[in-house]
Design a binder for this molecule. Structure first.
Ligand code: SAH
Ligand code: SF4
Length: 352
């Protein structure tokens, strides 16, 4: 297609229209440099209108590196004997929250592997302790697939949000990334349950995971259109030692940034993080994501002694701007591109 036509297509997306598969295909594969820049600047304009050149911060607490699952891409998979395992106690998690509170964080994200020792009841008790200590802060969980009863317990205990990436909408591709004990339909069922129970729900996918095609990405975009998650997390796949995909190439930063801009235009109000995976692959990954339309960063609030053990993929960034205690560095980095940290809870808000 001619340049003019592709700009029309980008404007069509900006105006809130559904796109045909062929149109998504064009946006994902056929934009020239100028068109990409047009898309990126439109995406930042949309983000600025809503979020006023500010970025929400979430304190990420990695509560366990034990996992019963065997996702083929992940360094924490049960079969990885090289993985270093730890689990935080309730007191350690509460200490992380206290530190986060003193630094001004208003959202805590508790993320971990599917660790049987951190049962639904145990985690609900931790959530309720955080809720009692910090009645006004947002509590986000990201602890994988749990039963509807488990999710209900978390909600009753005071959790507000839940992150569970669908990873890939295509069933065949899902089965290439996961063992047969896991299924795409189970994942989607969990997401539907979370929505029904009133969680602000986050989903998303890795970019450039092994065997991913453009058609898979279009499936992902159409799935997100159906699910309408409040949060959308995407990051490049990064190979992890000790996994079947250790020798696979990392996903593309450019494609990830392109998708962030497309997501911003399609879901103007969504909370879209500049993910650690992007920052790991490139020092400018975080700022480039913000300038592509992302509006959230999730600095690491885990105890320093365990950070290197939560090794989902190789060389995962956890220092500098990715470290909660170095928040001034992050502030400076954002200021340098004309942005600032927004310390508010940052709930999903549909523009009136
Ligand atoms: N166990 C939980 C939370 C921890 S994993 C869960 O799976 O939801 C959090 C996210 O890390 C996953 O959703 C996945 O998309 C991402 N991830 C795992 N391995 C990765 C890798 N090798 N490269 C990039 N992202 C990865
Ligand atoms: Fe476990 Fe999550 Fe890693 Fe899968 S992605 S192995 S569920 S920690």
């Amino acid at each position: 297609m001619e340049t003019r036509d592709n700009r029309e297509l980008i404007k069509k997306l900006y105006a809130g229209n559904n796109l045909l598969r062929a149109e998504w295909h064009t946006l994902l594969t056929a934009l020239n440099g100028q068109e990409k820049e047009f898309l990126r600047s439109l995406a930042t304009t949309v983000a600025e209108e809503r979020f006023d050149r500010s970025v929400y911060i979430r304190g990420l607490i990695e509560i366990s590196s034990y996992c019963r699952n065997n996702c083929l891409y992940c360094g924490l998979r049960a079969a990885n004997r090289e993985a270093q395992r730890y689990r935080l106690t309730k007191d350690e998690i509460l200490e992380c929250c206290a530190q986060g509170a003193s630094l001004g964080f208003n959202t805590f994200v508790l993320q971990g592997g599917e660790d049987a020792a951190q049962s639904d009841e145990w985690l609900a008790d931790v959530v309720s302790a955080i809720r009692t200590l910090y009645p006004d802060k947002a509590i986000t969980l990201s602890v994988g697939e749990r039963s509807a009863k488990g999710y209900h317990l978390f909600r009753e205990a005071g959790a507000d949000r839940y992150l569970l990436r669908h990873e890939t909408r295509n069933d065949e591709h899902y089965s290439q990334l996961h063992p047969s004990s896991m299924s795409a339909s189970k994942r989607r069922k969990c997401l539907a349950t979370l929505k029904q129970q009133g969680f602000q729900t986050g989903s998303g996918m890795m970019i450039g995971s092994p065997r991913q095609t453009v058609e898979h990405l279009i499936d992902d975009l159409q799935f997100l259109e159906e699910l309408r998650p409040e949060m959308i997390g995407i990051g490049p796949f990064i190979p992890a030692e000790g996994t079947p995909f250790a020798g696979e190439p990392a996903g593309s930063i450019e494609t990830t940034l392109l998708l962030i801009s497309l997501l911003r235009l399609r879901f103007p109000d969504a909370l879209i993080p500049a993910t650690t995976a992007l920052a790991t692959l490139h020092p400018a990954g975080r700022t480039r994501a913000i300038l592509a339309g992302a509006n959230v960063v999730m600095p690491n609030l885990s105890p320093r002694s365990v950070r290197s053990k939560y090794s989902i993929y190789n060389n995962k960034a956890a220092s500098g701007c990715e470290a909660a205690e170095e928040i001034e560095k992050l502030e400076k980095e954002l200021n340098a591109i004309g942005y600032r940290i927004n310390f508010a809870r940052g709930d999903y808000n549909k523009k009136k």
